[in-house]
Design a protein around this ligand. Sequence first.
Ligand code: HEM
Length: 483
Amino acid sequence: GFLWWKTWRPKSFPPGPLAFPLVGNLLQMDFSGPLQGMKKLSEVYGPVYSMYLGSQPTVIVRGFKALKEILVVKGTEFADRPQNRLTRTVSHLKGLVVAPYGKTWKEHRRFTLSTLRNFGLGRKSMEEKIAEESAYLIQDFKKNKDTLFDPHCVINNAVSNIICSIVFGRRYDYDDSTFQDILHLVNENMKMTMGIWGQLYNAFGFIHYLPLPHQKILKNIDTVYGFLQRIVEEHKKTRTPGEPRDYIDCYLEELDKSALQGEEDNNNKKTFDNQNLSTCVADLFIAGTETTSATMEWSLLYMMAFPEVQEKCRKEIDKIRGDRTRLDYEDRVSMPYTQAVLQEVLRMASIVPLGIPHTNLKEEQLNGYTIPKGTIIITDLSSLNYDETYWKYPHEFNPENFLTEDGELRRVEPFLPFSAGPRVCLGENLARMETFLFFTGLLTHFEFHWPDPASPPDLTPVYALSQTPKHFKMRLVPRINDK
Ligand code: HEM
């Protein structure tokens, strides 16, 4: 038996821990926090090593050299996404996030990027939308000035409203309980799909019909997708062709064009269809909410843990703002310290620690190993964040990690919170604009204090596809007396 296990890993395949038949290394993994274990394994097996998720060969890639190789140098060769039961159930091989590399994904990525860019030009710009939402958020925070409060739900809601206004042209009040429920389900699924039940469901299809916890994942998906699908149907009824109000309307214009194109032009036929529309809407809604609102929560938590950093940020904000009511996104160029703080939050919290799995379209060489076609590639982006060779203060929160001696913003090449290459995060600019405007808006109006001097903030992340802090309560002191 032992020999058979050994030969299971082909000779030129990256090394890794002994895998058991059927379950592979699944039962050896700590799903509540696998990052530490993954680091330990790389100390034994090197920056490119392998594991078996069930019987699926999986290669873990760590460190800048190997990550750059698969994300950028061989970016296209490794730009496909592995498919499993969950991705098929959720996305039907369509949309943006888990769509296979090819014509459909390319057309939708291009369409989405240009729609995000153009939307707002002429009408209300993206920046104005964020500023408007930021004002709502500040109003709501003010209501809590006399209590200790948990900002999770309002931040989540405010951040989600930005993507909602781009994609379906509306925002939701923070006390809209239907919308809060939807956000809660998305949240829950982010944690569960990465957990043991999500992985077992992927490895063993037969559990589909058993009354086990993965059923909850599937039920949540149904509810969230149902909610979004109703919005799409509503748009079909209320739109005026030629006058798109939002992303969904723009997409429906594309569907009109494809319909006009007819049957004869099959080669040039675009890939726009109703299923792609639904998946894109869901992808943007989910990807655009969780990550960015986690970043916002982390930024407040870190500011309470490091009040002197908070104070330095506020000084810079006040200085650049002058007597204007708020900052513009453009102001960031003269605010190296605040930018360094937001970068440092992304580093310490490793928001999307393992990126999103990639796979290769055909056999490839990597670090002297042969990677067979269709191997799952896990990009451990978090491995860059605490590497002693890149950072002055690898293990402590210190904005100086991103500043030069002269206090200028320092570009750190081996830092990839949004990944890199053809699959790089499509929302990076939006996320950076949102976090900058929300963060500076909040610090303009409040001081944030950690309420419990006896026990400092817990900065250990809750592991998930996107890592959040544990729920916390904070005390805020209003600074400016607005009319
Ligand atoms: C993909 C990070 C915000 C939309 C990704 C990936 C990462 C990431 C690491 C995986 C890239 C890869 O596969 O190599 C983040 C972080 C964010 C953030 C840290 C916030 C701080 C957003 C926002 C949107 C968004 C606001 C919405 C517009 C997407 C999409 C993909 C993606 C659609 C899939 C791209 C593709 O497969 O082609 N993101 N993201 N993200 N992100 Fe973000």
